[in-house]
Design a protein around this ligand. Structure first.
Ligand SMILES: [Zn+2]
Ligand SMILES: [Zn+2]
Length: 302
């Protein structure tokens, strides 16, 4: 679904011709549907759209006249060493599905193979693409419906019209809930070059949001930023940011494979023994891990 015919046209021009299933949209044997089905059976939300984001990257390059331009653009997203890519891929698939990467790879290849992009279709190249999307993919949540409802609320209407509209909206929400459960946001994911270039800080000076309720990501300053000062966002949500240094490091290490050396973490270096409530809950898991200063030497934000 598109917001306008211009949007639909630009999708067709950029990637949709390659991905269009036409009348085979419902055909379970269509290679793209097989890929989507396999993905659905191995992933867990919220990364629902990752595999199609990868497919879209391939489709963009396939359709583009200037293929090198797009390939170069994609190469700007951070890439990892092979062992890290493997770790990220396993992390994304979870322990239960770690063996499924090969299945996804062969379905991906069957659906989209292109000679110009042969390196993305080797097992290593596929894993690399998978890790790229996994680490750089930004969830885009928009709620066009609730925006529309707010706009309706703001209308000045005669009493009878207001009642009609309100009961229509009530019914609409009920109908949607029957289909989707109480989850009403539209979800997708995208790659944002500049935002991906921002490192993490536990005390970020900028924040990404989608105030226009579409795919346009806004990066807003959270305070004054001096010339030359690095713009940092936080990979942690605000609750996670309030946790102890130990807890933050655990989350960042497990999910993003780095040890944070932001000013907040550096200033709390001496507070290693301070345990927050959450830490106590995690103590069992955390035991046996080496959290020493030697790890701090490998501070490699990405
Ligand atoms: Zn189509
Ligand atoms: Zn930090």
């Amino acid at each position: 679904m598109y917001c306008s015919s211009e949007c639909r046209q630009s999708a067709a021009d950029q990637y949709h011709r390659v991905l269009c299933q036409g009348p085979s949209q419902e055909d379970p044997d269509h290679p793209i549907n097989k890929l989507k089905d396999a993905w659905r059976s191995v992933h867990y939300p919220p990364e629902t759209s990752s595999i199609m984001l990868m497919a879209r990257m391939v489709a963009v390059v396939k359709q583009a006249k200037d293929k090198a331009h797009w390939q170069k653009l994609f190469s700007h997203f951070c890439s990892r060493a092979a062992n890290e890519e493997e770790e990220i891929a396993h992390k994304l698939l979870g322990e239960k599905f770690r063996g499924q990467l090969a299945v996804l790879h062969s379905l991906f290849k069957a659906a989209l193979y292109d000679d110009h992009l042969s390196r993305w279709f080797t097992p290593e190249g596929f894993r690399s693409l998978f890790a790229l999307v996994g680490t750089n993919g930004q969830g885009v949540g928009t709620s066009s419906l609730s925006q529309w409802v707010h706009a309706c609320d703001a209308l000045e209407l005669a009493v009878q019209q207001r009642e009609q509209l309100d009961s229509f909206i009530d019914q609409l929400y009920k109908d949607i809930e029957k289909e989707t459960g109480d989850f009403l946001n539209c979800e997708g994911s995208g790659l944002f070059l500049l935002q991906s270039a921002c490192n993490h800080s536990c005390l970020p000076n900028a924040e990404a949001s989608f105030p226009d309720n579409n795919f346009l990501l806004h990066l807003s300053a959270l305070g004054d930023i001096n010339p030359g000062e690095e713009i940092c966002i936080s990979y942690l949500d605000c609750c996670q940011r309030d946790r102890s240094r130990h807890s933050r490091h655990k989350i960042l290490r497990e999910n993003y494979l780095f040890v944070c050396s932001c000013p907040k973490c550096v200033s709390q270096m001496d507070e290693l023994d301070v345990t927050s409530e959450e830490d106590e809950e995690e103590e069992g898991e955390a035991e046996g891990e080496t959290e020493g200063d030697d790890m701090e030497d490998e501070m490699t934000d990405v």
